[in-house]
Write a protein that binds this ligand. Structure first.
Ligand SMILES: *[C@@H]1O[C@H](CO)[C@@H](O)[C@H](O)[C@H]1NC(C)=O
Ligand SMILES: *[C@@H]1O[C@H](CO)[C@@H](O)[C@H](O)[C@H]1NC(C)=O
Length: 490
């Protein structure tokens, strides 16, 4: 081998290796609004999942502040359908607390970020949501199955770009409508593993917070919750149990409907995301402008959060209108619900909206500008979403029976997807109880309750928390999250 050939070989070897680690062009060097030193590396960008359609999913990847090369990689998905995972990044467990300033928010480090103990990928999914988009608008008609297939495609491409994280344990997590995204995507990943799809994802398990799972269990959960929490009387409870025969999700009987309307009346005006929190009605000062978005400009101001720097008064999450669990077929978007349904609580998402629609921020976080990717809105009505996967219970059965660990957690004061439904469906799997209902603790305080089942299934409540657990109880959330990821007792 002559000298020239040898140096070409070296060049090729070098290119080969440099192409197989975190891409430098995805690294984030500075973040508008943040002055300090980042405690870990951040990467972000698009993964094209359909070249012909120009379909691109946006991700933001935050490395662990502890040991990124060994800590788990966790994918995070917010629900909706149609809500951006920047909801989680900005308001729940992301690396920053966002301080409202009137202009561009100020960013401070979040002491309870999940990136203290894990590498987190925030993914905007499906295309059309958050900063993700497609040049072919037919992609915006979508559903559970297409969303899972695309997210799986994303993961395979993503791990090709970041192969050094393939050996880390990998988990999928999310909340609310991600109660559908998470098991569906987990199932796709497992099918891919069975088929020998490359790269091989080191999938270990999944987490769902206040997630929807099943039309019957979720639909039947609200009445017992309202009664147990003291929101309806014993008399009304007895009446509704009798006339509806314990079935509230799908009533067609007039006397059952009448009794359920009384329940509706009693809980109307309560903050459905956290029944302990304030609900402000038509507060002029809470009116916000969302620029060119289709969202209505006025929102009702809801309760305070426990975040060190309160950035919004309530979230938008999903959210079902009361007594409307997800049913097969078209799922109305949040903006649509808001126009027609005055009972649906709203939010102040002004901080995220300002930050993510600032062109300097977009450039810094490798998002396409507004004229390409569109305005960022927390929950979009750009997509037409169909629920087409049915109950998630069969997926949970398959996944847990295959040895994948599952944590189903519930803020126990959420009326939107109440713990009563999640507790009931997890129990319905019929697994043996191996860690019988007990308290779990943070700093010598009871943080909630746990029921551990065989097959790696855990049901966990977070005491006093609403719908978005890491937003209401950031410290407790980081505690159970890190214990569960490490396979310790919670
Ligand atoms: C968009 O995608 C659909 C379905 O694949 C295709 O029929 C259509 O021609 C595409 N439109 C454009 C403008 O490429
Ligand atoms: C709900 O009710 C309708 C009409 O009574 C019925 O056709 C449907 O099967 C029911 N759905 C479930 C999940 O029981």
């Amino acid at each position: 081998m002559n000298k020239i050939t040898f140096s070409i070989c070296i060049t090729f070897t070098f290119l080969f290796f440099s192409a197989h680690s975190a891409p430098e062009n995805a690294a984030i060097s500075q973040i508008p609004g943040f002055d300090g030193t980042l405690p870990s590396k951040h990467y972000a960008g698009y993964v094209t999942i359909d070249e012909n359609h120009g379909k691109k999913l946006y991700y933001y990847y935050v490395l662990s502040e502890r040991n990124p090369s060994e800590d788990p990689v966790v994918l995070w998905l917010n629900g909706g359908p149609g809500c951006s995972s920047f909801d989680g990044f900005v308001y729940e467990h992301g690396p920053f607390n966002f301080e409202k300033t009137g202009g561009l928010p100020k960013l401070h480090l979040n002491p309870y970020t999940w990136t203290k103990v894990s590498n987190v990928i925030y993914l905007d999914s499906p295309a059309g949501v958050g900063l993700s988009y497609s040049e072919n608008k037919t992609d915006y008609i979508t559903g559970d199955i297409a969303t899972a297939l695309d997210a799986h495609k994303f993961l395979l491409e993503w791990f090709k770009i970041y192969p050094e994280y393939l050996s880390n344990p990998f988990f999928i997590s999310g909340e609310s409508y991600a109660g559908v995204y998470v098991p569906m995507l987990s199932y796709e990943v497992v099918k891919g593993l069975d088929a020998g799809v490359i790269p091989t994802i080191n999938f270990k398990g999944y987490m769902v917070g206040n997630g929807v799972a099943d039309e019957v269990f979720d639909g039947n959960a609200i009445v017992p919750f309202a009664h147990g929490m003291g929101l309806i009387s014993d008399e009304l409870y007895e009446e509704v149990v009798t006339v509806c025969e314990g079935k509230y999700y799908n009533s067609t009987k007039p006397d059952c409907e009448r009794a359920l309307s009384k329940v509706d009346e009693d809980v109307a005006g309560i903050n459905m995301y956290n029944i302990l929190e304030a609900c402000y009605h038509g507060d002029i000062s809470s009116k916000i402008s969302l620029g060119k978005s289709n969202l209505p400009a006025s929102f009702r101001k809801l309760g305070e959060t426990e975040r060190p720097l309160p950035v919004r008064t309530r979230m938008f999450g999903r959210a079902w209108p009361f007594r409307a669990p997800v049913k097969p077929g078209y799922v109305p978007s949040w903006p649509e619900l808001l126009n027609g349904a005055p009972a649906v609580p709203c939010t102040d998402d002004v901080v995220a909206t300002i930050w993510l629609n600032n062109e300097e921020v977009r450039k810094a976080i490798h998002a396409d500008p507004i004229n390409v990717a569109g305005d960022w809105v927390i929950c979009t009505d750009k997509i037409a979403y169909y629920s087409d996967a049915g109950s998630m219970i069969p997926y949970h059965k398959i996944l847990t029976a295959r040895g994948y660990r599952a944590l189903i957690f519930s803020g126990d004061h959420d009326l939107c997807v109440p713990f009563t439904g999640s507790e009931a469906w997890t129990r319905s799997l019929g697994y043996q109880v191996i860690d019988e209902w007990r308290r779990w603790w943070v700093d010598d305080q009871v943080a909630g309750f746990i029921q551990g089942y065989d097959n790696g299934l855990t049901f966990l409540t977070i005491k006093g928390s609403g719908h978005t657990v890491p937003e209401y109880k950031p410290k407790e959330a980081l505690a159970f999250y890190s214990r569960w990821l490490e396979g310790k007792n919670i």
